[in-house]
Ligand binder design. Sequence first.
Ligand code: URA
Length: 348
Amino acid sequence: MQTIGGGPRRGGGSQSFGQGYGQGNGQGYGQRSGQGSRQGYGQGSAQGRSQGSAQGRGQGSGQSYGQGAGQTYGSPQERRVKAARQPLRDHAFYPEGYTDERDTTEVPGGVRLQKVLAQAGVASRRACEEMIGEGRVTVNGQVVRRFGAKVDPATQVIHVDGKRIPTAPDLVYYALNKPIGVVSTMDDPQGRPCLADYVEELAPRLFHVGRLDTETEGLLLLTNDGELANRLTHPSYGVQKKYWAKVPGPIPRDLGRRLKQGIELEDGIARADSFSIVQEHGQQALVEVVLHEGRKHVVRRMLEEAGHRVIDLARIEFGPVKLGRTKPGTVRALTLKEVGELYAAVKL
Ligand code: URA
């Protein structure tokens, strides 16, 4: 890791001041029920936008309640009221295939929920079964405890402990540490290094989530999940981005206040959400700026307007995702936890 006194860097594999900062990537699920939990992605992923896709509505609807116990309740109306009052059940008590009449998530011919969770990297099938039994799993917003529940991983929205689990098999999520000198496009008519040089082989039709200036390095997210990508860049969700900027020192005491109050730029005021000094060595300083907007060159323009021309700039966080130890020019698959947190950040 180079610090603020370091010499100039350019291109691919060199070390950089934005590298190795922030904390490591999060861990995954399955902690409470032991076992394997998440791994990287690229394989499993999210989706299930269509919240209303609860096909196979209540296979067991209208069946007697608690088949094992042989009870039935009066009119359909009465059954609904009573059903709503029933406590959540212990799945071991019910025969396989039993469907809770309150549960509209069953998809005939679907994939077993524990298999979907295990394939997404949550934990082993056994541990996932336990999570289901413990009532930690929801499908389209409903707690599903029944043993052998079948779901559609491509269209249903599945959460474990309140965190969205990416389950659609074809969606992928990556973090690239974009090196300086690489343009933030998938191809470049002028033949400059571009994102495709780093991610082309990972998946077809990857979107980059926003851009970084050619001269800025750092964290760039890429995914083929169009809805997530759109929301992450949409100003209404206000997803925060954290930057480290190397600037001439010394840093005046009021710089943070000025940036947070707002700097008048030619296309309107830009405000930092937070500001701090990471390092200061007389002639140079490394400062941290957090923003939730994405106008072109915004960090450089704000600091320049405030009297601090940016020497080097790196993005080290995008919402919940940290650059961590991802080296410039390398790509890593986001963890299950990171993808779940990205979903949560944009209310998916
Ligand atoms: N602000 C900048 O000035 N450049 C970037 O690449 C991103 C934010």
